[in-house]
Design a protein around this ligand. Structure first.
Ligand code: ZN
Length: 499
């Protein structure tokens, strides 16, 4: 049995790290939401310093010894043992990186983000291209320090989704290519649904008023959550009772802010619902990116685009925009919000074409890291792939290669989890519908019944178990992509009257 003072040291170490993490989260969220760009350089330098300090604490060699002992000690609390295993893995991945390299990479990430933002504003990919090249080289260098025989891109994939590799993702994306793309073609050739009424003039102040009514329906509570606005909606968290989300209002697209709100609240609810006793420690986070995305997509698509969800909410929406929705029945509205149509921007893509946006990014990342593709001219390659798979081409870079922030931040291997998450949701939803009357709960304004199911079966565990274990415990079987394919096929065949 491990000495008591070692356990105390471990608890103190966790607390110190949580203090730095809190500071960096607040600074990071502030930068993305309200901080004036003029202070970027000053703040970036100082946050890089804080990240460096955190790096020193998180790679304390004395703690490495303690964690090594704890991770296999069957006499200690199983929660602590699991946490020690995760901390130890994270630590060994970090300890191999020299501190100055780590700080330099952090600074590069900040500069690269600033360059991406400028490039996007000016619609000029050439401003960002050299930074993308540097950040790819930087990521390769950082991952190269890990003493692993595995391919670097596989290591990146595993960081976001433990256990996933190119081999497994290839199988998943083959299902997207072979079963979902043909379905998209059929939908494109079918008689189209009129959704033009969703793209009229919708004053933003009214949209905000509607959002204020929607948030309580979603049980996003001001006691623990706050919503802001950003160019690129996201969710960040300080602790379980301080979760921040953002949305983006578009005057000529009323559903964009609504569904981005529902999506981000899905992420926020997951973080908020994790068991209290894990707060501040490694167990208190969503277990993987795919699992996180499964919760936001479940909110957005599997609940948020159903008839039952709009039973209560459509009359409210209509009351804010009586002219725009004049003569639009709920049935017509439901068809319109579920329209599938190949488009350019991932975050605005419909459920059916969404995984193809990810397929494109996955193929590009694989080629970038294998060295098959240079960053120069990548904007053209991007556009060509959109044309090939979806039949659309960006008229400007901000709607093409510059639309997403992930690569600017050095997050490679992240995108694939988005599509995987949608597929996880299909399987969770199948089981939730067996257990509870989802449509009744939603149509009676009791979304908390669905949230409670998610909390009990998924959210409360945080990182206590791996994603595949949670999937087995919640649904009684391992992950199976067929639930996703069947769901999409069934839904869109009905919607478009396909054979
Ligand atoms: Zn998301």
């Amino acid at each position: 049995m491990i000495a008591k003072e070692k356990i105390e040291k471990y608890k103190d170490w966790i607390f110190r790290m949580s203090a730095y993490n809190m500071a960096l989260s607040v600074i990071g969220i502030d930068k993305l939401t309200v901080a004036p760009a003029g202070g970027n350089a000053y703040r970036d330098e100082r946050s890089a310093f804080l990240a460096g300090e955190l790096f020193t604490i998180s790679t304390d060699p004395q703690m490495a010894e303690i964690l090594k002992e704890m991770k296999d000690d069957t006499d200690i609390d199983p929660d602590d043992r699991r946490a020690a295993q995760l901390y130890y893995k994270e630590m060994t991945n970090r300890m191999c990186i020299p501190k100055d390299e780590f700080v330099a990479y952090n600074q590069l990430q900040n500069r690269s983000y600033d360059a991406w933002l400028e490039a996007k504003t000016k619609n000029d990919y050439s401003i960002f291209a050299p930074y993308l090249q540097q950040i790819i080289e930087g990521a390769k260098k950082i991952y190269g320090y890990r003493n692993s025989s595995e391919d670097l891109y596989d290591l990146m994939l595993d960081d976001f989704e433990p256990g996933m590799t190119r081999e497994k993702y290839d199988v998943f994306f083959d299902a997207v290519r072979n079963q979902i793309i043909p379905l998209i073609r059929k939908v494109t050739e079918a008689e189209q649904i009129d959704d033009s009424f969703l793209y009229q003039d919708f004053p933003v102040d009214r949209q905000k008023q509607f959002t204020d009514e929607l948030l309580p329906f979603l049980h996003f509570d001001k006691d623990w959550g706050y919503q802001n606005e950003t160019e690129h909606p996201f969710t960040g968290w300080i602790c379980e009772n301080d979760v921040r989300t953002t949305t983006k209002y578009l005057k000529n697209n009323v559903m964009s802010a609504i569904f981005s709100t529902v999506h981000e609240v899905g992420h926020a609810t997951y973080e908020h619902d994790i068991d209290d006793r894990y707060d501040g420690m490694i167990l208190s986070e969503g277990v993987s990116s795919g699992m996180h995305e499964s919760q936001s997509r479940l909110f957005e698509n599997y609940l948020g685009r159903t008839d039952a969800f709009w039973e209560v909410n459509y009359p409210v929406l209509r009351s804010y925009f009586p002219e725009q929705f004049e003569g639009i029945t709920k049935e017509a509205f439901m068809k319109a919000v579920n329209v599938s149509r190949p488009s350019l921007v991932r975050t605005e893509a419909d459920e059916l074409t969404y995984p193809v946006h990810i397929l494109i990014r996955y193929e590009l990342e694989k080629a970038l890291f294998s060295g098959e593709l240079p960053t120069e001219g990548l904007d053209k390659v991007w556009d060509d792939m959109y044309e090939k798979y979806l039949g659309v081409r960006a008229e400007k870079a901000s709607r093409g290669i510059l639309q997403d922030v992930h690569w600017a931040n050095g997050n490679f291997g992240y995108f694939p989890t988005y599509a995987l998450g949608s597929a996880f949701s299909a399987q969770f939803m199948h089981k939730m519908r067996e257990d509870i009357d989802v449509d009744r709960a939603l149509s009676e304004g009791h979304m908390e019944i669905c949230i409670e199911w998610l909390k009990e079966n998924i959210h409360k565990y945080g990182c206590r178990y791996d994603a595949d274990e949670i999937m087995r415990m919640a649904t009684g079987e391992p992950f199976n992509v067929q639930y996703y394919v069947d769901y999409l096929t069934d839904k869109y065949s009905k919607l478009y009257g396909l054979e």
